[in-house]
Design a protein around this ligand. Structure first.
Ligand SMILES: [Zn+2]
Length: 524
């Protein structure tokens, strides 16, 4: 087995996972196939380029009582990678499964699966802390038992992390399982959380798991199947997930898109142009008999998932995964909370984000302040030694970048930049203060932003600029004031607590040459 990473952004990554039956790209969603009631002809998966599917070893065993185990690829009519779940989810639903943990390990080997899950003990959604603790210990115990029994090294074994909503337990479980030699790790039973849209808890769970597990191995999230949430879980470091949602939603006439779920009954036109939607209309689809409709809807739903995975991979390649998260957050209030929670872990995300990206980034507003590049900039700013006791010249950072190349700034900068007693700083919307030293570093010159003329943003950014200026204890401050931002900054600088000597020059109506002349005269 090998897991090779080709690209990273935030905690998300593009990788290739190789099993004994072939390779597939991650992030990947395993479509879950009911072995006793397959909805789609396996031919469809092949045609759609889906190279790995998942089924349930326990249901397979139960559906064939008394029969000898048969190759799962043959049973499903699928020759590429097949992953099998162990039936742990059924434990969660029915309390017991009537099969021993060791039995299900051997069974998965006999049916020649490619990726197999040990029979863990799901914590579930409603367990209290004590019960959660027990499920974590029991899962670790079962893991040891399974590892002793495993004979086939050509199968990739999955070690599930439990703990449920008890984040400390998830963290403990991740460290425990991480010590054991599994090829893949998985995070258990968040399905109910996702259904209840408790994305805040889900974020903490994934971060806790990711923190404790070895980063060289892929992380699987059980039961995530709505394309709208894929960017978020990928951004947190989930490489794979599995779901039957595409089929379950189809059964009840629901149409999945990256923006949300729609009722087929209410759709007038398909905006999707997948091979299904392109060849029929919502009206025609409604008139089909229920089996046929379920099939077509399942196919569209699945293609919507895979189209979203492509979009995510492309976002990782261009370094724009954060932009995708913000885009989704604006589209749906539930996802706004999802992003707000992710923002709380921005320092963690920062550690994994490449320092240089193939393209510039975008700054849309407040949420963008927490993207890793901005967090990193804040840290870099705080480390600049900044000589004290100089004169500080504050210039407006407009759309032109680097900021000093703005034709209205250049005449001033070129006459002052070499003076030992002057420190130049631009006040900007995306970054707040930008000292001359950082003006040409990534991603400052490559950041797209806009001025929303929001007084709150001006205040926030002016505060940051003022804090930077105060840190330098300057002899005097020259503020080339422009617009409302400049006025807000002026107020902030001459605030009651500060003893700064601020000299204000209006940018509007004064020529840069005259401005710099008057600054030089005053510098003495
Ligand atoms: Zn479609």
């Amino acid at each position: 087995m090998s897991f090779q990473v080709q690209g990273k952004d935030l905690l998300g990554r593009i990788g290739t996972l190789t099993t004994k039956s072939g390779s597939f790209q991650t992030p990947h969603m395993f479509p879950v196939v009911d072995p006793n009631r397959p909805v789609l002809d396996p031919k469809f998966y092949r045609e759609a380029g889906i190279k790995a599917i998942m089924t349930n070893a326990y249901l397979l065993k139960r559906g064939r009582p008394g029969q000898l185990p048969k190759d799962v690829h043959g049973t499903l009519g699928f020759k590429d990678t097949v992953a099998t779940d162990s039936g742990a989810y059924q434990i969660l639903e029915y309390g017991h499964v009537g099969v021993k943990p060791s039995e299900i390990v051997t069974y998965q080997e006999k049916i020649d699966t490619d990726i197999a899950v040990i029979l863990d003990f799901p914590t579930g959604f409603h367990s209290d802390a004590r019960r959660a603790r027990w499920t974590v210990d029991e899962t670790a115990r079962r893991a040891d038992e399974a590892l002793k029994r495993i004979k086939r090294k050509d199968i990739l074994w999955v070690g599930p992390v439990q703990g449920g909503v008890h984040i400390k337990e998830v963290a403990r479980s991740a460290v425990e399982m991480g010590k054991r030699p599994f090829s893949i790790y998985a995070l258990g039973s968040p399905t109910e959380l996702m259904e209840a849209q408790r994305f805040d808890v889900l974020v903490d769970m994934i971060v806790a798991a990711k923190n404790g597990l070895p980063h060289s191995r892929p992380l699987h999230l059980f039961g995530a199947g709505h394309p709208a949430m894929f960017p978020f879980i990928v951004a947190l470091g989930c490489d794979m997930f599995d779901s039957a949602a595409y089929a379950l939603y189809a059964r009840t006439g629901r149409y999945l898109t990256s923006d949300g779920t729609y009722e087929l009954a209410q759709i007038e036109e398909f905006s999707c142009l997948c091979r299904i939607c392109d060849s029929t209309t919502p009206g025609e689809m409604r008139r089909l008999d229920s089996d046929e409709r379920e099939q077509l809807l399942s196919k569209h739903n699945l293609l919507a998932c895979f189209s979203e995975l492509r979009r995510i991979r492309e976002a990782i390649r261009t370094g724009h995964l954060w932009e995708l998260l913000e885009h989704r957050a604006y589209a749906n209030p539930a996802f706004e909370k999802f992003l707000a929670k992710i923002v709380q872990h921005s320092a963690f995300l920062e550690r994994f984000t490449p320092t240089v990206k193939p393209r510039g980034i975008s700054h849309f507003g407040e949420a963008s302040d927490h993207r890793p590049e901005m967090v990193r900039y804040g840290v870099r700013m705080s480390r600049i030694p900044g000589e004290r006791g100089k004169a500080v010249v504050l210039l407006p950072g407009r759309w032109r970048r680097p900021y000093h190349e703005d034709p209205r700034n250049l005449p001033i900068v070129s006459k002052l930049a070499n003076r030992a007693n002057v420190s130049i700083c631009f006040y900007t919307i995306p970054f707040g203060p930008v000292p001359m030293e950082l003006d040409e570093t990534f991603p400052l010159a490559q950041t797209e932003s806009f001025d929303s003329h929001d007084p709150r943003i001006y205040e926030q950014k002016a505060e940051q600029v003022a804090a930077w200026v105060k840190r330098l204890s300057p002899k005097q401050v020259f503020l080339i004031s422009e617009g409302e931002y400049g006025a807000t900054l002026g107020k902030e600088l001459s605030g009651a607590t500060s003893n700064l000597k601020v000299i204000r020059v209006q940018a509007k109506g004064s020529k840069p040459d005259r401005t710099v002349g008057s600054i030089i005269r005053r510098l003495g």
